[in-house]
Design a protein around this ligand. Structure first.
Ligand code: MN
Ligand code: MN
Length: 324
C-alpha cells in the first residue's frame, strides 16, 4: 500500500494561517508572509518606509509600517468580495523597511529613491506602507526611470502640490508639485480624489487643474457609490503605467482618525474599497498607503483599515488570478 501523500507544496508564498500558528503569535510581517531582504524573484512585495520628517502638524507616521503589519495579522488570503486569489499566482513577500535617516530629510529621500530603483529593477510591484506623503516623490522618481511618466490615482484630502512649506521644497505637502516639475507624471492621466477642507488660497486646487489633472473634490463623492466615477477615472488613467498613492486622510476621520492632518467630510471605507477595486485591469506598477500615525490611533482602527486597503491593492495588481 502506498503511504498517504503529503499535499503538494504551494508554488507561491502563502500567508501563515491561524491554525498553524495563532494570529497573535510570531513575528508580525505584513499578512504573516515570509520576509526576505530583497525583491529578487518577487512579482509584488510589501515594503515599509518609516519616515515622517515631512509632516507639518501631528507626526508619528514613522511608526506606520510596524503598526499596519501588526494589524494585518488577521488578513486571510482570499478576497471574498472580488474572489481575488493573489497568492495563487503571484510570488509575494514582505521585504522589510527602507532604512531612512531620521536626522537628514535629503539623505532620506536619496535612500528611498535608491531602494526603489533596486526593488522595481526586476519588475517587482511594490505596495508601500508609509510613512508620510513625502515618500511618494522619491518613489515616483524611481518609477519614472523604469516606466516613463506614470499616470497617478491620488486619494487624499489634500492636493499636496504646495511649492514650499515653511520655505522648504521637501515636505509632505509638496510631493506632487516636485513630481510635475521633474516630469515624473503623465499629467493628463492624473486623478486626485477626495480633496477638501480649508486652503491657503481660494485657487489652491486650480493649479492641479491647470496641469491637466482631473480633480474630484470630496463633495462630488458624498452620498453615492463611486463606481460610476471610477469608470471615468479608469478610462482616463489607462493606456500606460499607473501608480496609486493613497493618503489615509482621504478617508473621513471617523473611519481613520490616526493621521497627521485630518479633515472632516471625507470618503468612507466603502468608497475607498470601490476606488481600489476599480483599478483591476490597469497596468498598476505600484501603490502606497501613507500618513497613518499610530500615536493618534490608540485603538488601531486606522492601521486596521490601512492593512486591509494594502491587501486590496495587492488584489488588483496585474497577474492576480480570480476564482470562478
Ligand atoms: Mn497627502
Ligand atoms: Mn492628506
Amino acid at each position: 500500500m502506498n503511504p498517504p501523500q503529503a499535499p503538494a507544496a504551494p508554488r507561491f508564498n502563502q500567508p501563515l494561517g491561524g491554525d498553524a500558528v495563532p494570529r497573535f503569535a510570531g513575528i508580525a510581517t505584513m499578512m504573516r508572509l515570509p520576509h526576505q531582504p530583497t525583491a529578487e524573484g518577487l512579482d509584488a512585495c510589501f515594503v515599509g518606509v518609516p519616515f515622517d520628517l515631512g509632516t507639518s502638524n501631528r507626526s508619528g507616521a514613522r511608526f506606520g509600517p510596524r503598526q499596519v503589519r501588526s494589524e494585518s495579522v488577521l488578513l486571510r488570503p482570499y478576497n471574498m468580495a472580488t474572489r481575488a486569489a493573489p497568492f495563487d499566482s503571484l510570488q509575494v513577500a514582505d521585504i522589510g523597511d527602507v532604512a531612512t535617516n531620521p536626522y537628514n530629510i535629503v539623505d532620506s529621500i536619496d535612500r528611498i529613491e535608491a531602494a526603489y530603483d533596486r526593488i522595481i529593477a526586476g519588475g517587482c510591484r511594490p505596495i508601500t506602507i508609509g510613512g508620510d506623503h513625502t515618500i511618494a516623490w522619491p518613489i515616483l522618481r524611481a518609477m519614472r526611470k523604469r516606466y516613463g511618466p506614470v499616470g497617478v490615482v491620488h486619494v487624499d484630502a489634500h492636493a499636496d502640490v504646495n511649492d514650499t512649506m515653511g520655505g522648504e521644497k521637501i515636505a509632505h505637502g509638496t510631493p506632487f508639485r516636485r513630481a510635475v516639475e521633474e516630469g515624473l507624471l503623465d499629467c493628463q492621466r492624473v486623478v486626485q480624489i477626495g480633496l477638501r477642507g480649508t486652503g491657503y488660497h481660494a485657487d489652491d486646487f486650480d493649479w492641479c487643474r491647470a496641469q491637466g489633472f482631473r480633480v474630484v473634490q470630496a463633495e462630488e463623492c458624498w452620498h453615492r457609490s463611486l463606481l460610476p466615477l471610477m469608470k471615468e477615472v479608469v478610462e482616463r488613467v489607462g493606456g500606460g503605467p499607473v501608480y496609486l498613492s493613497f493618503d489615509i486622510d482621504g478617508l473621513d476621520p471617523s473611519f481613520a482618525p490616526g493621521t497627521g492632518t485630518p479633515e472632516i467630510g471625507g470618503l468612507s471605507v466603502q468608497q475607498g474599497l470601490e476606488i481600489i477595486r476599480s483599478l483591476r485591469g490597469l497596468d498598476l506598477v505600484g501603490a502606497d498607503l501613507v500618513e497613518i500615525s499610530p500615536p493618534y490611533d490608540p485603538q488601531g482602527t486606522t492601521a486596521l483599515v490601512g492593512a486591509n486597503l494594502a491587501y486590496e491593492m495587492l488584489c488588483v495588481l496585474p497577474g492576480v488570478q480570480y476564482r470562478a
